[in-house]
Design a protein around this ligand. Structure first.
Ligand SMILES: [Zn+2]
Length: 102
């Protein structure tokens, strides 16, 4: 009986995965693209309550040279600050301080 069950599991890897989901993460064949390190919002860490469009030194690390707004998963900004940054960057584009096209 035991042998039969083992063979069955080998043939059907999906079923095995579901059975021991906790263990299977450790021996995954492919590497993950992201790290488990938790990012901290730099603006929260510096206790900046509001990001103004005139504070270009604050906005600069959150957009590329081509004017693209970097996603939260890259910068680690919190939702509140990401919204403020997005608005500030869009205002800066309108004022021709940043380009529209990327
Ligand atoms: Zn924040």
């Amino acid at each position: 009986m035991e042998n039969n069950e083992n063979v069955k599991n080998e043939q059907n890897p999906a079923a095995e995965k579901q059975e021991n989901r906790g263990e299977s993460q450790a021996r995954r064949p492919f590497r993950r693209h992201f790290s488990n390190k938790k990012k901290v919002c730099r603006l929260c860490a510096e206790k900046i309550k509001h990001v103004d469009y005139k504070q270009f030194h604050l906005i600069k690390p959150y957009c590329t040279e081509t004017g693209r707004i970097l996603p939260r998963k890259v910068t680690g900004a919190c939702a509140k600050h990401q919204r403020q940054l997005a608005r500030a960057i869009k205002i800066n584009r309108n004022l021709a301080l940043l380009p529209y096209n990327d």
